[in-house]
Design a protein. Structure first.
Length: 90
C-alpha cells in the first residue's frame, strides 16, 4: 500500500489509511476508495464520483445519472459544490 498510507495527525504520526465509500440510496456500496489517513476527505470526492459509471437504460437508450448527492460536511467545500453542480448530478 506504500503511497496509500500516511502519518496520522491524531495518532502520534502512526501510518494508516482511510476508506471512502460511495453508496447508493439504500446503503449498497457502489465504489470503495482508499487514501492516506492524512488526506482530507474532500480530496476523495472527485475520484469517487468520476469512477462511478452511470446506469444504462436499454429500453430508453440513454444513461441515467444520479439525481442527488448526499455527503457529510467535510465534502462541503465551495469549489467541490461548484464542480458537482456542473456535472448535473445533484
Amino acid at each position: 500500500m506504500g503511497e496509500l498510507t500516511g502519518p496520522s495527525p491524531v495518532d502520534q504520526g502512526e501510518a494508516g489509511s482511510k476508506m471512502h465509500v460511495l453508496p447508493d440510496a439504500n446503503g449498497l456500496p457502489l465504489l470503495v476508495g482508499l487514501s492516506a489517513v492524512n488526506t482530507h476527505d474532500s480530496q476523495a470526492l472527485k475520484p469517487m464520483v468520476q469512477g462511478h459509471r452511470t446506469r444504462h437504460d436499454p429500453h430508453r437508450g440513454r444513461h441515467l445519472k444520479p439525481q442527488r448527492l448526499h455527503a457529510d460536511k467535510a465534502y462541503d467545500v465551495p469549489h467541490l459544490r461548484t464542480w458537482v453542480m456542473s456535472l448535473s448530478v445533484v
